[in-house]
Write a protein that binds this ligand. Structure first.
Ligand code: BG6
Length: 467
C-alpha cells in the first residue's frame, strides 16, 4: 500500500520498567507496589521476605542487558522507545527529600545508549507501580500528600533529563484504577467507590501538576496522558443498549476529558450523585486541572460490547476487562477479541473529541511462540495482527486524524502485566525464559523482527491491505 504515514512518524516499541528491568533491589531501589504482586496486576498482594519471589524480580534483566537490546531495536530502525522510570529507583520510599543518585544515573546511561542510535525516548512517569512506602505509610493516592511526592519526583526527573527526553506520559492506563485499585492508586482492591474516585482525583491533580512542571522545565517538551482505550460497541441497535454503551464508554473517557479538556465533565455530577460518591475537589484543584496535556496517548488491544439484556450479560465474558464478546470477532489465545477496524474507529472517536494529536503507545498480540528445529520462530499470527492494525492506522490518518507515532507493545518478550507470565509473548525478539523463571535469557530474532524492520524502513509502504 502507498504510505499515509507522515515523514516524522515515530515508529517503535513500548515496554515498562517493572516488566523488563528486574534488578528489583539493585543500586538502592525501593520496593514498589509491583514488587508485591508476583502474580500480576490482579494478583494477591504478597508481603516480601528476603530473596526473590517472583518472575518480575529478574524479568528479562533489561537493567543489565539494555545495551544489547537497544542495539536490536536500532537494527529494526526504531525511531522511538517507550519505557517507564521506576519511581522507586529515584525515591525508594517515595517521601525522601533527596533522590537516589544511582537510580538517576541508570536512566542517564539508558537514554545515552538510545541517543547513540537516534532513538527518541518516550517516558512514562508511572507505569503500574508506585513506591510501596507511600502505600504503607500514607495510604497511597488516597492521601492528598501523595500529590506532593509525585510532583517532587516528576520535577526531579524533568530537571535531570530535560535535554535527553522530550516526550513524556504521566500515568499508564490511568482508567485501570477502576478495575485494579491497588495497581492504579495503591488502595485495597475492596475499597469503596468514594475512596477510589478520591484517589483518582488526587492522581488527576498530580497529572496536571506534572504537565505544568514539564512545560516549565523541559525546553520543547511535550507531555501526554495515557488511556486504556477499551472502546465498547452496543451489542444491538436497541436504543437502551446504545445509551448504556455511551454511559460505559464515559467510564474511561472521563479520564481523558479531565486531562485534555481541563475539568470534570458535566455527566460526572449525575454519576457521582446517583452512585452516592463523595469526592473532595477544592477550588485550587479545579485551577490546577486546567493545565491540559499536549497529546493523547492510549493502548489498544481489543474492543468489547455492551448489552442491557440480562441473559446475554450473564454469558461468558472475555478479556482483561471482562467485556461482553462481539460475535463478529475472533479472539487471541487469552480471549482478547481482535478488532483492527476498532482501532480506526477509536482514533476517530478520540480525535473528534479532543482535537489533539494522538499517539498509539501500546498495541500487539500476546501469543505462545514455537522455536523450530532450525532455530527460527515463524510468528505469522503476530505479523498479521500488527499488519491489519497498522493498515487501519493508515486509514485513520487518511480520515484526517493526527497520529504522532506507534509503539507496539513488548517489542522484546517481557513479563505480562495481567498474570505475570513469560509465555504470553508480544516480542519481535524472543527471550529464553519460561513461566517458572528457567532459561538462559538469550535473545533471538523472530520472523516479525524482519517484517517490522521493513515496515519502518518503508514508512508503512510494505504493509498489505487485507485481501
Ligand atoms: C497494558 C499495560 O494493559 O497491556 C501493559 O499497560 C501490559 O503493562 C499490556 O503488559 C498487555 O497486557 P498483558 O497482561 O498481556 O501483559
Amino acid at each position: 500500500m502507498s504510505s499515509k504515514f507522515p515523514d516524522h512518524f515515530l515508529w517503535g516499541g513500548a515496554v515498562a520498567a517493572n516488566q523488563v528491568e528486574g534488578a528489583y533491589q539493585t543500586d538502592g531501589k525501593g520496593l514498589s507496589t509491583s514488587d508485591l504482586q508476583p502474580q500480576g496486576i490482579f494478583g494477591a498482594i504478597t508481603p516480601r521476605v528476603d530473596g526473590d519471589s517472583g518472575i518480575k524480580d529478574v524479568a528479562i534483566d533489561f537493567y543489565h542487558r539494555y545495551p544489547q537490546d537497544i542495539a536490536l531495536f536500532a537494527e529494526m530502525g526504531f525511531k522511538c522507545l517507550r519505557t517507564s522510570i521506576a519511581w522507586t529507583r529515584i525515591f525508594p520510599q517515595g517521601d525522601e527529600d533527596v533522590p537516589n543518585e544511582a537510580g538517576l544515573a541508570f536512566y542517564d546511561q539508558l537514554f545515552d545508549e538510545m541517543a547513540k542510535y537516534g532513538i527518541q525516548p518516550l517516558i512514562t512517569l508511572s507505569h503500574y507501580e508506585m513506591p510501596y512506602g507511600l502505600v504503607k505509610n500514607y495510604g497511597g493516592w488516597g492521601n492528598r500528600k501523595t500529590i506532593e511526592f509525585f510532583e517532587r519526583y516528576a520535577r526531579t526527573v524533568f530537571e535531570r533529563y530535560k535535554h535527553k527526553v522530550k516526550h513524556w506520559l504521566t500515568f499508564n492506563e490511568i482508567n485501570m484504577s477502576l478495575h485494579a485499585p491497588f495497581t492504579g492508586v495503591g488502595l485495597k482492591d475492596d475499597s469503596n467507590k468514594s475512596e477510589i474516585y478520591q484517589a483518582i482525583h488526587h492522581q488527576l491533580v498530580a497529572s496536571a501538576k506534572a504537565v505544568k512542571a514539564c512545560h516549565d522545565i523541559v525546553p520543547g517538551g511535550k507531555i501526554g496522558n495515557m488511556l486504556l482505550g477499551g472502546i465498547l460497541y452496543p451489542l444491538s441497535c436497541k436504543p437502551e443498549d446504545v445509551l448504556e454503551t455511551q454511559r460505559q464508554n464515559r467510564d474511561w473517557l472521563f479520564f481523558g476529558d479531565v486531562q485534555a479538556r481541563g475539568g470534570y465533565p458535566a455527566y460526572m455530577q449525575r454519576f457521582f450523585r446517583e452512585n452516592n460518591i463523595q469526592v473532595e475537589i477544592t477550588a485550587e484543584d479545579r485551577q490546577t486541572l486546567r493545565e491540559t496535556v499536549d497529546f493523547i496517548s492510549f493502548s489498544y488491544y481489543m474492543s468489547g460490547c455492551v448489552t442491557t439484556d440480562e441473559q446475554q450479560n450473564n454469558t461468558a465474558r472475555a478479556n482483561i476487562l471482562n467485556m461482553v464478546p462481539n460475535p463478529h470477532l475472533a479472539s487471541s489465545e487469552w480471549g482478547w477479541q481482535i478488532d483492527p477496524v476498532g482501532l480506526r474507529y477509536l482514533l476517530n472517536v478520540l480525535y473528534d473529541r479532543y482535537q489533539k494529536p494522538l499517539f498509539i503507545v501500546e498495541n500487539g498480540l500476546g501469543a505462545k511462540d514455537r522455536i523450530e528445529a532450525d532455530g527460527s520462530i515463524n510468528d505469522d499470527y503476530r505479523i498479521n495482527y500488527l499488519n491489519d492494525h497498522l493498515v487501519q492506522v493508515a486509514e485513520a490518518i487518511d480520515d484526517g486524524v493526527e497520529v504522532m507515532g506507534y509503539t507496539s507493545w513488548g517489542p522484546i518478550d517481557l513479563v505480562s502485566a495481567s498474570k505475570a507470565e513469560m509465555s504470553k509473548r508480544y516480542g519481535f525478539i524472543y527471550v529464553d525464559r519460561d513461566d517458572t523463571g528457567k532459561g538462559s535469557l538469550e535473545r533471538r530474532r523472530k520472523k516479525s523482527f524482519y517484517w517490522y524492520r521493513d515496515v519502518i524502513q518503508s514508512n508503512g509502504n510494505s504493509l498489505k491491505d487485507k485481501a
